[in-house]
Design a protein around this ligand. Structure first.
Ligand code: KG4
Ligand code: ZN
Length: 340
């Protein structure tokens, strides 16, 4: 393994227990994701205490599997990378305590990673030639950020959501439609069979020039539409509601991303986070980028949603910059992008 730096990375901020082995930041030797989705489905969303307990049960096995698939042992590990925020505090603490124990016992450096930053770095794994600067739209279950990434670890947040995250809106609307959890992929699939122009749901652009987002008004508009029609006994096309809702989200995301790129005179646009898996968003942004002359990158589906490989990649670049955590590193549930 000469000339290579092996990171063992841990991610447990929400409902996936994930461990990856990453060589030199961008080469993924293994990326094991143990999803708790089936467990939380019956509650219609993630139950924090249940998530923490399941992480505890899972983490050792997931570590063993990641090492085995990468065909390495603990002796080959050069550093530990771990998500320490943002996320659910109990869930974060499982990965963090495990990471500290490993770093201490193996006597290797520990690097704490910001989960939102991790989502952006998924793109560096997928696109080996990709380098900042670029505009990044990070859309997940917990976050919606429009960011100018000027260099590795250097961000200017141009806009963010003022209420619900994009993925949260997908999940809440899916629940109202009786579709289950997580709602994003279900709405995405149904949308393909629906008419996106059937219902004119509101697009919230906020004040002139604002690059912030707001999805709670749209969510309420969908709930009102469903209630009104149900009260009147009018049959609802779930496919049309899904397609029209999805289009209302995507239109605003795409318009603001293109505006941000023009405003910052940046030629590259990057998508990240769970909602980046949305087929409608990928298609519309691809078309708009082609029209406007922007280069667009997004990760494969597996790297869009939560995974430890993206944390391993971000940890490597933090390590190169000289960041090291000590045994006092704590979970920070509301960690902001750019905070260390
Ligand atoms: O990044 P992620 O795995 O977890 C967070 O950090 O939040 O994102 C999960 C979110 C969920 O809200 C899920 O519904 C959404 O991403 N999502 C999607 C799609 N796949 C996952 N939303 C829309 N379309 C999809 N295909
Ligand atoms: Zn995430």
């Amino acid at each position: 393994m000469e000339g290579s730096l092996i990171t063992l990375a841990l991610e447990s901020s929400c409902d996936e227990t994930s461990v990856a082995v990453v060589r030199n930041g961008r080469e993924v030797l293994s990326n094991i994701i143990s999803s708790q989705v089936d467990l939380h489905k019956k509650f219609g969303g993630v139950v924090p205490e249940v998530a923490s307990r399941k992480h505890i049960e899972n983490i050792s096995c997931v570590i063993d599997e990641a090492l085995e698939e990468a065909n390495i042992t603990f002796k080959d590990v050069d550093m530990i990378g771990v998500t320490y925020g943002p996320g659910l505090v109990g869930a974060l603490l499982v990965g963090l305590s495990t990471a500290k124990a490993l770093a201490y016992s193996l006597n290797v450096p520990l690097v704490g990673v910001n989960h939102i930053e991790g989502h952006i770095y998924a793109n560096f794994i997928e696109h080996k030639e990709l380098k900042p600067p670029f505009i990044c739209l990070i859309v997940s279950g917990g976050h919606t950020h429009l960011v100018h990434m000027k260099d590795y670890g250097v961000y200017e947040v141009l806009g963010k959501t003022r209420d619900d995250a994009a993925g949260e809106a997908f999940d809440k609307v899916a629940r109202a439609l009786g579709l289950g959890y997580p709602g994003g992929p279900l709405i995405d699939n149904l949308s393909k069979k629906g008419n996106k122009e059937a219902i004119n749901f509101p697009r919230t652009y906020l004040e002139d020039k604002s690059l912030d987002f707001s999805f709670s008004g749209l969510k309420s508009a969908v709930l009102n539409y469903l209630n009104n029609n149900r009260q009147k006994g009018i049959e609802i096309s779930v496919e049309d509601v899904a397609a029209s809702f999805q289009q209302a989200v995507i239109d605003v995301l795409v318009d603001k991303t293109i505006t941000a790129a023009k405003r910052c005179s940046v030629k590259k646009i990057v998508l990240a986070g769970g909602v980046a898996a949305n087929s409608g968003l990928r298609e519309l942004l691809t078309a708009r980028c082609r029209e406007e002359g922007f280069e667009l990158k997004y990760p494969s589906l597996r790297l869009c949603t939560d995974n430890a490989a993206m944390i391993g990649c971000a940890a490597y670049y933090d390590y190169i910059k000289g960041y090291r955590a000590d045994m006092y590193l704590n979970a920070v549930p509301n960690l902001k992008l750019g905070d260390k």
